[in-house]
Design a protein around this ligand. Sequence first.
Ligand code: HEC
Length: 144
Amino acid sequence: MKSRFAPAAGVLAAALLLPGCFQSFNGPRPIVTEGALTDVLYGPARRLVGRSCADCHAKNGNNETHGDAWGHAIRLDSYQDWIDGRRVLLERLDTVTAAEQDPPVAAMPSAGFRYPLSDSERDTLLQWIRRGSPNTESGFAEGL
Ligand code: HEC
């Protein structure tokens, strides 16, 4: 009895599981453009993280349930998440630093993601972190 039904059960399980497993980063669903760093005043950070990170690191992201992404990956919903992630963000946003880790880590966004960061966009985020990520519209500490 068991052996007669097992193959059918296997096919059914595969049919149910496969679409989830192969859910692509480049799927047809629209990019998430909000939901990341919603309380950040510095527009470039909100825009770049919304475009290139939110899909996998913010609530409502298309890849929020991606097997690898949760459990050990950083959240980027709020300014506090960004501040708490300073050390790993510095590692992952600089491609050279990422490659220099032992063992090397993947620069972000992950390879193949359809909205990568240009060098100058990476620099915009890195410089902001290096300035201490002031939460102001200009991205610079006010009153200096
Ligand atoms: C396509 C999905 C995807 C996108 C887009 C993406 N990430 Fe990731 N990220 C992951 C996954 C999966 C991991 C966990 C695997 C790993 O450590 O490499 C991760 C890990 C990280 C980590 C390491 C967290 C830790 O605790 O060590 C940081 C930091 C990070 N991402 C930042 C970013 C930033 C910043 C962006 C946008 C510039 C971004 N990611 C875009 C999927 C993504």
